[in-house]
Design a protein around this ligand. Structure first.
Ligand code: COA
Length: 245
């Protein structure tokens, strides 16, 4: 996959994507949106885990403000970032964001759209959009509330509160704070752990966990598929024979 704003490494069980626009602190522009859609297409066609990170000590400093400035109502209604982040949130297998440095605006929303976040001590999450005269319209208004609760979400969205790594960890927004040099390695270890699970089981667990409202019938239907899978029987046989994963 060729890309100009991303570094894409395709491995057997995962794809590693590094946001890379050093001249703009990895700000998300239209080219990056298009290239991230290409990554989604590849992951929808052949489901794998996703590790998303940023180059040069920044995750992403937001949507590209130069481009945002020129966008009007019709572009807002296209949901340029929100549809991409939704697509990422709905990828079949788990996604991990490894956040070093700033994750602001759309950069924060991209991290919120991932299933699990790890941070370096330098990570900073924030949504300064109202300061630019706009709202955080690519998921922060509801995803952040789900992640940290309405009170803190409103402090971030309305009062410009920035969450540093310790805040983010304490609030459960990030799973762990890891020295920057170890961040990607640690994210790979987390993905290794997930890769040892049954792929279909992970996929259906993610679907059910994200299903709006939750309903026992959904759980039962997903479980019915898994109960009839050969992988379930072979994994349980291995457990009963004394093997442990
Ligand atoms: N869009 C476009 N360009 C951006 C950008 C963005 N979101 N964020 C940073 N840049 C550019 C700057 O304009 C600057 O370009 P220049 O070198 O041509 O002047 C370059 O990236 C470096 O940014 P700078 O502000 O000098 O770096 P810094 O380390 O001092 O500060 C930030 C980093 C992230 C705190 C600061 O860049 C910032 O506040 N960015 C905007 C954050 C924001 O409001 N995001 C929400 C957008 S919806």
């Amino acid at each position: 996959m060729s890309a100009t704003t991303l570094l894409v490494e395709e491995l057997d069980d995962r794809v590693v994507v590094t946001l890379r626009r050093p001249q703009a602190r990895n700000a998300i522009n239209a080219a990056m949106v298009g290239e991230l859609h290409d990554v989604c297409t590849a992951l929808e066609q052949r489901p794998r885990l996703l590790l998303l990170t940023g180059d040069g000590g920044t995750f992403a400093a937001g949507a590209d403000i130069g481009e945002l400035r020129e966008r009007g109502r019709d572009q807002a209604l296209q949901g340029i970032n929100s549809r991409l982040f939704d697509r990422i949130a709905r990828l079949p297998l788990p996604t991990v964001a490894a956040v070093d440095g700033y994750a602001l605006g759309g950069g924060a929303e991209l991290a919120y759209a991932c299933d699990i976040r790890l941070a370096s001590p330098a990570a900073v999450f924030g949504n300064p959009e109202p300061g630019l005269g706009i709202l955080a319209a690519a998921g922060a208004c509801w995803r952040l509330r789900d992640l940290v609760g309405a009170s803190v979400a409103k402090q971030v969205l309305l009062a410009g509160r920035r969450l540093d790594a310790d805040d983010a960890h304490r609030l459960g927004l990030v799973a762990e704070v890891v020295p920057a040099d170890d961040l990607v390695k640690r994210a790979h270890a987390l993905l290794d752990r997930m890769a040892r699970s049954g792929e279909l089981a992970l996929r259906l667990t993610k679907l059910v966990a994200d299903a709006p409202g939750g309903h026992p019938v959904t759980d039962d239907l997903a479980q019915a598929i898994l109960f009839d899978s050969a992988e379930k029987r072979s994994r349980m046989d291995a457990f009963l024979a004394g093997g442990r994963s």
